[in-house]
Design a protein around this ligand. Structure first.
Ligand code: HAM
Length: 418
């Protein structure tokens, strides 16, 4: 019997995994340059954290969580997103008692039991960044700008930024009631009618044409923002304009998680078909209190690494497969192998990526390994070379071969590969 990965689990295997790794590293630099610190949080959490934080009425909590009972009879859930857990950690370790905003980022697998298709997985990967403790439009604009910067660094040119404000605890309830009143008058199926009562804003986001047509004239949040929310949103837009970041106002953008307030945004890629959302985020000023913390505003985003990799493929931006090493050792005979083993370690210590042939292969087989490794140089060490304390350095691009004294070979190669 042989095994396969569980359905819907996205994996990255060499050599394609190189693109995945590279785009993550690029984000580390983007975050560092803006003063964000790295953080690692729990992969599973108390189920109640997500129920209260993300919201019982969301699809994520009501249908998509991987929840299990552990041996101590506790209900735990594999994280379906990062924000609730990151905020829980910030509160638990008291980071919010230091300088504000707390600026942190992380990345890793997240889990949602969705129907798998291209770009939609059950185990997928997010980059997550959060700025916690400040209510300042500049923090909102900075957050959006960082995601934008990352997409730009990757070379993506087709990303669209969709922007909306969802109001605050003053103006949203008034809007929500008005929207419900409107939606109750429509001819909608029972499940959608139930949604009108629990989470009416989500109905605006329904993709089915028959629903879309009916909600065409629905009241929009943008027309119901209080003066503070309106001024706040205008300021965010001014600051984005100052950075020459283009956006599209999306008055129907509501997002799928309950904690959002005010600024909400999504990044969309037109070449991705049905799963076009490559990232999204927003402000969550009530989340801390919802999970038992003090009043603490926050904003952040989650960027879908898997969909970003697909977007890069669609834009023809896949990173070329990097060579596995720069130098590849081929030794013939036991003593030569031993000397090569030490030489390869010496090369690595000097910063030269090096590998060698293992398993006592003959010259032909070992040279094939050198070719496959993508190395520029092969080091050939036979018994006669060893006796002469020299090694043959073969440039695999030109086939030119040079004899170099063993004691000098690290220096020699360092000069060539760097
Ligand atoms: P989200 O919109 O649920 O937000 O997810 C963020 C991104 O994760 C999406 O834009 C998409 O690219 C990716 N994604 C979501 N579901 C899947 C899936 N099944 N397969 C592949 N990719 C997927 C959040 O999770 C929030 N925590 C973002 C946030 C951070 N808001 C504030 N701070």
């Amino acid at each position: 019997m042989s095994f396969q990965a569980p359905k819907g689990v996205k994996e990255y295997i060499p050599p394609q995994a190189a693109t995945f790794f590279e785009i993550r590293s690029a984000f580390a630099e983007t975050a560092r340059l803006a003063g964000y610190s790295r953080l690692e949080t729990a992969v599973f959490e108390d189920t109640q954290l997500f129920a209260r934080g993300v919201g019982e009425s969301t699809d994520v909590v009501s249908k998509e969580m991987y929840t299990f009972t552990d041996r101590g009879d506790r209900s735990l859930t594999l994280r379906p997103e990062f924000t609730a857990g990151v905020l829980r950690a910030v509160l638990e370790y008291g980071l919010h008692r230091g300088q504000l905003p707390v600026k942190v980022w992380t990345d890793g697998p997240v889990f949602r039991a969705e129907a798998p298709q291209e770009g939609r997985y059950r185990q997928f990967y997010q980059l997550d960044l959060e700025a916690i403790g400040s209510e300042d439009p500049a923090v909102d604009a900075e957050t959006i700008a960082l995601a934008w910067r990352w997409y730009t660094t990757l070379g993506l040119t087709r990303v669209r930024l969709l922007l909306n404000s969802l109001g605050c605890k003053e103006c949203r309830p008034i809007y929500r009631a008005r929207l419900q009143e409107f939606l109750r008058g429509l001819d909608l199926d029972q499940a959608t009618m139930e949604r009108v009562e629990i989470n009416p804003l989500r109905v605006l986001d329904d993709k089915r044409p028959e629903v879309r047509a009916q909600v065409e004239d629905a009241p929009l949040i943008g027309d119901h923002l209080c003066a503070d929310c309106k001024a706040y949103h205008d300021r965010v837009r001014e600051l984005l304009a100052d950075l020459s970041i283009p956006w599209e106002d999306s008055p129907r953008l509501v997002r799928g998680l309950d904690y959002y307030t005010r600024t909400t945004f999504e990044f969309d890629h037109p070449l991705l078909g049905a799963q076009s959302g490559i990232g999204g985020g927003g402000r969550y000023d009530g989340l801390s209190e919802a999970i038992g913390g003090p009043a603490l505003p926050g904003i952040g985003f989650g960027l879908g690494l898997d969909r970003t990799v697909i977007a890069m493929q669609r834009e023809g931006l896949e990173a070329p497969t990097p060579p596995r090493c720069e130098v590849y050792g081929v030794a013939l005979g036991e003593e030569a192998n031993r000397a090569m083993f030490a030489l390869v370690a010496g090369l690595r210590a000097a910063g030269v990526a090096a590998d060698m042939s293992f398993g006592g292969k003959g010259l032909k087989g070992a040279m094939k390994g050198a070719d496959r490794s993508g190395a520029r140089f092969a080091l050939i060490l036979g018994e006669r070379d060893l006796a002469a304390q020299a090694v043959q350095v073969k440039d695999l691009t030109t086939a030119e071969q040079t004899e170099v004294p063993l004691a000098r070979v690290v220096e020699f190669l360092k000069g060539k590969v760097q």
